[in-house]
Design a protein around this ligand. Sequence first.
Ligand SMILES: Nc1nc2c(ncn2[C@@H]2O[C@H](COP(=O)(O)OP(=O)(O)OP(=O)(O)O)[C@@H](O)[C@H]2O)c(=O)[nH]1
Ligand SMILES: [Mg+2]
Length: 345
Amino acid sequence: MKLTKVAQIAGFLGSGKTTTLIRLGKELSTNYGKKIGIIVNEVGEVDVDGSFIRDFGFEVKEIVQGCICCSLKGDLQSTLKTLYENYRPDIILIEPTGIAFPSKIKEIINGLTDIPLEKAPVIALVDAERFRKIFREMEHFLIKQIKEADIVAINKIDLIKSKWDIDLLKSALREINPSAYILSMSAKRGDGVDEIIDIILQSKMKAQSLIDDEDSVALSGMGRSSIKLSFRVHENVNEAKLKVVISEILNRIANVSLNSGSRLIGHIKAYLRCPSGSLKASLLDVKCGVDFAGNVKGLVKEGEITIYAIVKSLKDKLVERILESEVKKILPKYCFSFSIEDEHD
Ligand SMILES: Nc1nc2c(ncn2[C@@H]2O[C@H](COP(=O)(O)OP(=O)(O)OP(=O)(O)O)[C@@H](O)[C@H]2O)c(=O)[nH]1
Ligand SMILES: [Mg+2]
């Protein structure tokens, strides 16, 4: 019987999991004729990444409101089964949350005996640009994520000027996980993607894996919240104007979070959908600004925006208040009328 391959694209918040998954999915389906199924887990209530990935035509299942390595093991098992039974993919790519421990997910997948799955390698992405900063704030957490990987992929090398810096990072990672296969890549530019495809097609893995039983979400100390709203504009706006508005909202959320005592922005992201397209916006560092993917054509008069923020050392309630208050300040300034879904009192 033909086995369905499963690969986990893991890694800390903002390391480039979704970007990598879209690129791998496109290449595997176009150049290798593989049928791809995707499972995306988001610890928050909304799913920014799943909606964006679906816009590329992939079969996507979302698991939200918790982590598949902590509280939602059963959901992962049933989602894998449904995806297999209804879609029969050649390859299933899984994006866990950025604050998951991948070995537990691997254990769940490998323990599923009633569907024919091939054992699952863990590919953990490391953000070459943010590594030092994240390591300073979350050393223990990051080390665990790296130790549990079969393959460690240093992502975003397009942002690194010196090869020496990449070599230095490689040796640091090798010290943390001596038995992992380590490679460097750029999900954005495409470097190293063939190597990952090879690894997935061959199901390369380390001989032994650690299994971790800690609650990764609690251990991460990250606070998070989301907000979903529909909007209308009095005068039609184009993509450039939408980007200005979203950039201002995400930057304000980041700055207020940092001023309220957060020491690290995990990821502040937004997904905008309107009849003529969609945009995904990402902010990882206020100094680097907001990065956009996707596009919106022509003039827009209405749509929906989902915003998700996950930041270190703030309570969920405070993140929720920051999101609401910034949205309510900024949208009217640009003459957007809006209504928030399930608005809290
Ligand atoms: N320059 C550069 N940017 C990248 C690369 N890969 C991802 N990014 C950017 O990094 C940001 C985060 O990327 P995502 O793919 O959303 O990261 P993620 O790991 O899925 O994030 P979470 O799901 O929130 O944990 C986006 O702005 C991406 O465009 C890369 O290779 N180079
Ligand atoms: Mg993602």
